[in-house]
Each structure stands twice: as C-alpha cells, then as structure tokens.
Write a protein that binds this ligand. Sequence first.
Ligand code: KIV
Length: 289
Amino acid sequence: MSTTFTLDTSTSRANPTPTPMKRLTVPLIQGRKFEGRTDEPLVMLTAYTARMAQLLDPHCDMLLVGDSLGQVIYGLPSTLAVTLDMMCAHGAAVVRGSFHSVVIVDMPFGSYEASPAQAFHSASRILSETGCSGVKLEGGEAMAPTIRFLTERGIPVMAHIGLTPQAVNALGGYGARGQSQEEHAKILADAKAVTDAGAFSMVLEGVLENIAGAVTRAVDIPVIGIGASADCDGQVLVTDDMLGMFDRVPRFVKRYHEVANEIVDAASQYAADVRSRSFPTPDQTYQPK
Ligand code: KIV
C-alpha cells in the first residue's frame, strides 16, 4: 500500500473527524483466512509510541501494543510488572499515531486472570481509553471461558499461546515449547479451545516449526507466528528487536537494521561537537533581524 495519505474530509457520526484513510477492522483481519488459507500473510509489529506507530502503520495490517513495552521502554526484567495504566497510555498514543492498522493492546499480567468479570472490566477500560480495536491475552484452555465472556460482549480478543511470557516463572524460562508429545498435544488443544471460544486470531510464540504448521492447519482463524513458522498466517516481531536496538535477541529474530549503532554514532558526534564548541553554529542560533 502507498505511504501517501489523502485526507478524507467527509465526516459522519461514526467518523466525526477527518481522517487520512479508513482503518482496517477485526472482521477484515479474520476474513483474510478463508477456507483454511491466507493468501497474503498478515503483517504485525509492536509499537508503543505515536511516532513509531506513524512510521510502521503504512506497512502493517496490525500494530500490537505489547506488554513487551515493560522491557523495551521501562527497563523491567520481565512483563510481570506492567500495569493497566501503562498499557492505556501507550495504547492511546499508538491509536493517535495510526490510521490504517488494526491496533491491538495487550492485557497486562494480573488484569484478567482472576475472573471473566475482572477481564471485562480491564478490557473495557483499555478499549474506551485507547480507541484500540481489540485486546490480546495469554493462555489457552484455561482462558477459553474468559475469551468467550469478552467476545460475547463485543470485545475482540486475540489469544496468545505456546510460549507465554507472563508465565515465565511457571515455564522456567523463555525456551521453545512443544519438545514433548504432551506439550505438542497441549498446544494444539489450546489453539482449538481459544478458536472455539471466539478469538478472532491468535499469536503462536516459540514453538517447534512442525507444531506451528499443524496449529495453522487445525484452526480457521489467523495464526500469527513469532518464533514459529513461515507457514503461519502472519508474523509478528518486537520492533526494537528487528531494528537492532539490543545486542542480543532471541534466535527467531531477523535483524533488519542496526539502529543502536546509529544512535551511538549520533550521540558521540554530538558530544564531540558540544565539547569542541562546534555546535551550535550560526545556522542554529537566533540573530537580531
Ligand atoms: O508483548 C509483546 O510484544 C508480544 C509479542 C511478542 C507477540 O506479546
């Protein structure tokens, strides 16, 4: 799609302010998988800020305000301390910065597991405060009743199964899932349970490649892989990982750039200019008219 937007100045009650274009919708995303096939794979990246959303939006079908922001933005050691306040603030920024992609916001640890009613309370806050199109939550069979409760009440849910980072303490780390027959069967059962419960799509993270293929063939909703398989219906990566913001990244990340090196180079040139008084020059100072 083109990166040039044309302002649509027509307004309606559903679109009260002029927008550059019509945003994709959850049914359109779900409909991209038809009769078990997705001809053009779905593209999803994480975004946490308005400016990053603006840059990624023309190239994506979905932007995920992931709870990975706890590590990427806040320097937390895991996603467990991420709060609903953080997700709402960053979710609203990403919606403000995008016009085309469906924006999905992660439900943080502790905001949905206690009961379907707790999940509804948190999800409705996320939807009303951010303007996003749906929420993502981690868990398979155990979360199916909650997914059903939310979807029956008009809240689109993207499930997240396989390696679920909020369960890092129970899983004992971030290693790939599905090494045993039991784990393989459990991942398939989770995929079917969240599909039957009404999830419109699911993230499948950190599983053996053959399991990712089997899950993608077994369900009729789009399966978005991360550390999974090119056979999935789409892919997602943490943007800062693929941009090269960190020294080490998981094996499944392809580094598309080395942005950290460029930031370090720019900062070191700036520091040298300041220390040698070669910045600012007359070009960057105000003179009497
Ligand atoms: O929080 C996140 O960014 C995610 C992706 C890794 C799928 O859940």
